[in-house]
Write a protein that binds this ligand. Structure first.
Ligand code: SF4
Length: 326
C-alpha cells in the first residue's frame, strides 16, 4: 500500500541543509493501523508530510521516494512522491497536528465538507444528494447531522477533532494519516477519539497511520509500529512484539519507562536528550545516551535490517546478541 524507499529529506536553512529523515526504508500494508513513535523532534511529522507529499520549501526530498498504490472501486492506482497530492481526499487523507485549529472558524461545517469533495465527485451528484450522504455518514459515526449547520468555534476541542476525522474519512480513502490525533485532549475524549479511529479502520478496511509520541496510544490501537530516533527508523515490527520483546536499546528504554499495573518499581526516564539535527554525532546517533555503546557504535552507522521475520532494527549489538534482551 505505502512503500517508503530509502527516503532522505532536509530543511533548507541559512546555515545550510538540516537532514531530518535519513535513508528510511519500510512498507505499510493494506488493512492495518501502523504507528510511528519517538520523542519530539525525531522526524515523525516530517516523515508523515513526505508520505502525504506536502513537500514544500524549505522541506525537500534529497533522495528516495514514497509509493502509494492499491485498488479502489475495482480500479488499480499507483502514485509516487510528486504525484500523491493529485489523489488527496480520494485515496489518501490527512488529519494534521492540532487539527482542531485547521477548520475555518467562520465557515459552517457543511461548506467545509463540500469544499473537501473533489470536483469530479460533485459532478456525479446534486448538492442535496451529497449533503444527505454527509448527514448519513455523520450518523454512522454517532455524530449529529445538525453539526453541519454549526461553526467550528461553537464546538468543543474533542468534537472538532471528531468532525475533522469524519471529514478526512468521508471519501473512504485507502490511507488515512493522523498526526498526534489525541494531543491536547483530556483522557476521556482521547479514548473516544481512539475508539472512533479503530471503528473507522474496521469499517473502511483501509490503512491508518498514526503518529504519536504517546506509547500508550500505540499499545491500544496499532497493529504494527515503527520507532524513530533522530531522523532514522531504529525498530519496526508488530506492536505486540515491540512491547513484549523490544530489541533496540532505545525501544527497551522507552518501553521500560512505561508504568504497568501492579509494578511499583520506580521508573527511570531516558537520560540525556536527542542530538541536535544540525550537528548529529557520527556513527549511531543514540550512542551518547546508550549504556551499551562501543567504539564501533561511535564510528559506524548501524544498518536497519530484519532481525526476525517482520521485526527490523538498527543496532550493532544485534549481530552478536540477537534478541537476548540486549
Ligand atoms: Fe547502542 Fe550501539 Fe546499538 Fe547504537 S548501535 S543502539 S549505541 S548498542
Amino acid at each position: 500500500m505505502i512503500k517508503v524507499e530509502h527516503l532522505s529529506t532536509s530543511y533548507s536553512t541559512i546555515d545550510g541543509p538540516v537532514h531530518v529523515i535519513n535513508d528510511v526504508d519500510f512498507e505499510i500494508f493494506d488493512n492495518e493501523i501502523f504507528g510511528i513513535a519517538g520523542e519530539s523532534g525525531c522526524g515523525k511529522t516530517t516523515l508523515l508530510k513526505a508520505l502525504y507529499d506536502i513537500v514544500e520549501f524549505p522541506l525537500t526530498v534529497d533522495s528516495g521516494k514514497v509509493i502509494l498504490s492499491g485498488e479502489k472501486n475495482g480500479k488499480a492506482f499507483s502514485f509516487e512522491t510528486g504525484q500523491i497530492r493529485k489523489t488527496w481526499w480520494n485515496n489518501i487523507s490527512y488529519v494534521p497536528q492540532a487539527a482542531q485549529s485547521v477548520l475555518n472558524p467562520i465557515v459552517p461545517l457543511q461548506q467545509q465538507f463540500l469544499d473537501s469533495i473533489p470536483k469530479e465527485e460533485k459532478k456525479r451528484e446534486s448538492k442535496e444528494q451529497i449533503i444527505k450522504r454527509i448527514s448519513t455518514y455523520l450518523e454512522e459515526l454517532s455524530l449529529s447531522p445538525d453539526l453541519l449547520k454549526a461553526y467550528p468555534f461553537q464546538l468543543s476541542g474533542g468534537m472538532r477533532q471528531r468532525v475533522i476525522i469524519a471529514l478526512a474519512t468521508f471519501m473512504a480513502p485507502n490511507v488515512v494519516l493522523a498526526d498526534e490525533p489525541t494531543t491536547a485532549l483530556d483522557v476521556v475524549v482521547q479514548r473516544g477519539i481512539l475508539m472512533m479511529l479503530m471503528r473507522l479502520q474496521k469499517q473502511l478496511k483501509n490503512t491508518m497511520i498514526i503518529v504519536s509520541h504517546d506509547m500508550g496510544v500505540h499499545y491500544q490501537i496499532t497493529d504494527r509500529m515503527g520507532i524513530m530516533y533522530s531522523g532514522s527508523m531504529v525498530e519496526l515490527g508488530r506492536t505486540e512484539d515491540i512491547f513484549e520483546n523490544p530489541i533496540h536499546p532505545y525501544t527497551q528504554m522507552l518501553v521500560g519507562a512505561l508504568p504497568r499495573v501492579g509494578d511499583k518499581s520506580q521508573k527511570k526516564g531516558i537520560p540525556g536528550r536527542p542530538p541536535a539535527l544540525t550537528n548529529p554525532p557520527p556513527g549511531c546517533r543514540f550512542a551518547p545516551r546508550c549504556p551499551k555503546a562501543t567504539d564501533q557504535c561511535r564510528k559506524e552507522v548501524p544498518k536497519f535490517r530484519e532481525v526476525m521475520p517482520g521485526h527490523f532494527a538498527a543496532c550493532h549489538l544485534l549481530s552478536r546478541e540477537v534478541v537476548q534482551n540486549v
